[in-house]
Design a protein. Structure first.
Length: 388
């Protein structure tokens, strides 16, 4: 029975994006909302249906772990890259770490002090919102935080991070672009030509080509190259210490995907981005199904809940302000905020919502720095908070 449930739910997660894409092309309102937000809403509904079996959690964990490593190189094959990326990365990382620091300190001073092991919780939030859940787990082991507090914090994080992502990708993109004066930004001619080509293709079905002989042949090449990159990256990652696996794995699949994009034969595979995007659509509905609102035990820790809310949303406010002062563009600010708060696997989703391929490398690069320094930053923040 459990295997049957896995098959049915896997089919729902994998086929629903196709239906949503079809509807978005035919219903203008859904087209404006975008497939990712629609899939998020559907996934949230699925995850909170009373008859969905509790045994689907392994499936919910497995699908994102498969989809993201495959999608990243596919989406990178057709990207172009700027030499100014390093300077931008320095600005984004400085802003991201400083923003989380300020947000966590303010949250701790007003609410975290009333939370059991509040300084250690603040350290975990600092590492998690600059790196990811991997860093949070490592810091929990370092600080030996009470398991009940850690589980409650994790439950709050899932819900608040979900609401943050819905806000940022739904309202935040047009809002920050307007506030940053994005319309006045000078666009290079090559980028403008690419945007024009994308606009012409926006109403077409990019997956129709898969039904042709040429499309099937190209799909085989894309899958073969992607699987080779993932295999090499995973193999090298396994040679490292367990705590460094994710850092090395994401770094290598990103690097090899970028290297592959410089080969003309790879860049000719024009379906790679759309195929990678479909995997991100599957990732989106699956991740959203994990937003179980029954885990919001408000009576169990109001101070902890507000602490998490402030850490997430104040860091966004500070990050937006600092990036504006450093003359960072809105899209780079948004995608880096997503990679810090939600972790690098969410970057392809944010890049797709922004409709800006350039932000894919920007977000992933910032996320790698966060993964690498998140544990150290969390330990330093816990010590700082304990002295306040």
């Amino acid at each position: 029975m459990q295997i049957f449930n896995y098959i049915i739910l896997s089919a729902i997660f994998c086929l629903t994006p196709a239906v949503v894409l079809w509807l978005c092309r035919r219903i203008p309102l859904l087209g404006k909302i975008g497939p990712i937000m629609v899939l998020y809403a559907i996934g949230m509904i699925i995850g909170n249906l009373p008859f969905i079996p509790a045994e689907i959690k392994p499936l919910q964990d497995m699908i994102p772990n498969v989809m993201v490593p495959l999608a990243i190189p596919m989406m990178l094959f057709g990207c172009t890259f700027s030499r100014n990326e390093i300077r931008l990365q320095v600005k984004l990382c400085l802003s991201g770490f400083l923003s989380v620091c300020l947000a966590v300190v303010i949250g701790y001073l007003f609410f975290g002090r009333n939370v059991e092991q509040g300084a250690q919780i603040g350290g975990i939030l600092s590492g998690m919102y600059t790196g990811g859940m991997v860093n949070a787990a490592a810091l929990q082991a370092i600080f030996r935080v009470n398991s009940e507090n850690y589980i409650l914090m994790s439950s709050y994080d899932i819900i608040i991070s979900f609401l943050y992502l819905v806000f940022l990708l739904g309202v935040g993109i047009p809002m920050f672009r307007y506030l940053y004066g994005e319309r006045k930004r000078e666009i290079p001619q090559s980028e403008q030509e690419e945007l024009d080509r994308q606009a012409e293709k926006s109403n077409e079905n990019p997956y129709r080509k898969l039904l042709t002989r040429e499309g099937v042949k190209q799909l085989g090449k894309i899958l073969a190259l992607t699987l080779a990159i993932v295999a090499v990256s995973g193999g090298v990652g396994l040679l490292m210490n367990e705590g460094w696996f994710m850092v090395v794995f994401i770094l290598l699949i990103t690097t090899l995907g970028v290297v592959a994009s410089f080969f003309p034969s790879v860049r000719k595979m024009d379906m790679s981005y759309d195929i990678g995007m479909y995997l991100i659509y599957i990732f989106s509905i699956t991740i959203a199904s994990m937003a179980d609102f029954s885990n919001l035990h408000l009576a169990g820790g109001v101070n902890l809940l507000i602490f998490v809310i402030l850490a997430v949303f104040l860091s966004l406010v500070f990050h937006a302000l600092i990036c504006r002062l450093m003359k960072v563009d809105a899209d780079s600010m948004i995608v880096s905020s997503v990679t810090f708060i939600n972790s690098p696997p969410f970057v392809p989703m944010a890049s797709a919502a922004l409709r800006n391929k350039r932000t894919l490398v920007t977000g992933l690069s910032a996320g790698i720095v966060g993964y690498s320094l998140g544990n150290h930053f969390g330990v330093l923040m816990a010590k700082l908070l304990s002295m306040l």
